[in-house]
Ligand binder design. Sequence first.
Ligand code: ARG
Ligand code: ZN
Length: 463
Amino acid sequence: TAPVRPAASAGPPASAPASAPASAPASAPASAGRPGVPGLGDKYFPRAGNGGYDVGEYQVDLRYTPAEQRVTATVTITARATLDLSGFNLDFRGPEITELLVNGLPAPYERRGQELVVKPPRTLPRGGTFTTVVRYSGRPRPSRHATLGTYGWVPTKDGAVVAAEPDGAPTWLPVNDHPRDKATYIFRVTVPKHLQVLANGDPHPPVTRGATTTYVWTERDPMASYLAMIAIGRFSVRRGRVADIPVITAVDPQFASAGERLHTTTMEVLRWQIRTFGDYPFQTAGGIIDDPRLGYALETQERPVYLGFTPDERFIVHELAHQWFGNSVSLWRWQDIWLNEGFATYAEWLWSEHTGRETTAKIFERHYRQPPKSPIFNPPVGDPGVDGLFSSSIYVRGAMCLQALRAKVGDEKFFTILREWAAAHRHGTASVPEFVAFAERTSGMRLDRLFQTWLFEKGKPKR
Ligand code: ARG
Ligand code: ZN
């Protein structure tokens, strides 16, 4: 989907690199086109994403044999060229490629680190749609990182599960891996017939042929690649409904006793969040508890995954709040992770207040008593670096920033800001400078000092 550049200055436009790549001399005839840049220039993940095209849809046809942990996949990517493209890149760190076609013709390609460099047989005209088919086969492996942990494609005892934030989607999928280029997805996953598959979005009736069953799930709303999820294994599945929204939850047999509570809490929280944040942005909802002992959760679109533990209410509130803040309103750049984690954590505080426990003001005060060197204050949340993306300050100080905003503008304006922010950027992308401008417009107050202090000041912000 076409990335929309935010009004406030927050990075280069996706399709207009500041400098042409070395391989495209400025004198090249227009008809020859030029290659898209190999990254979108995100300060945190410079190689993530690729310029020169916008993906509209990923169609993911995948077979999995858990015994060998083997994937055989055909991914069809429908995209629109935003330049006359002589070549383009995808992000892919997955198994061996067996075939690659562009518009039905075999295309030469090269793998350089995570870049899959494709040379289409003909220049792809600007504005035109083209399809890329990538076939591959082998054993995908998760990414492992000192602070980000294990993520991406993760084999489980009875199958596999995907949790790819921030840059784990290329472990299993050839992809334009940046939340700026959201797209719709069709998953068609074939597994041995004793297993089940869940994914983002809407389920279609499974079809069994011989020894295998094929599950189809469709994500009809734009989705960032790190939120794409499939879960393969044995599950006990529950279905329900909140307003008009089908709710599907599933638990691995090891967590069978947590299934009912996951389901009822998910529905109850959703009802309350719709009242608090406005219309639910997607077609379905739910959640999955699966077995790898990763100890974290991910807000995978429409259906978060809780990995290796039974989530308490707060965890469920957090992941569901991300559906509004992070999934529907996505990051223009990773530096602005506060827009995801600060908001989802503040939702936990609101839930505490709503259920008659500690108020958000009390929670704030409790944290504010911590010493300046505490990890809840450091690093500052406005530019935490890749290693700080999920540090406790992003969550705690991030939520404190919203409490400071609420104290300054008052309850009525504060909740108007939350709801209208979600509505204004629904299914889009946004940046921190835009949020600051939006909060100032909506409240009619100057807030630059407040945000400067809470997002950027070193140590404990002074109030
Ligand atoms: N966004 C997730 C949350 O809800 C955290 C993801 C952590 N990712 C990771 N690779 N450790 O807080
Ligand atoms: Zn979160």
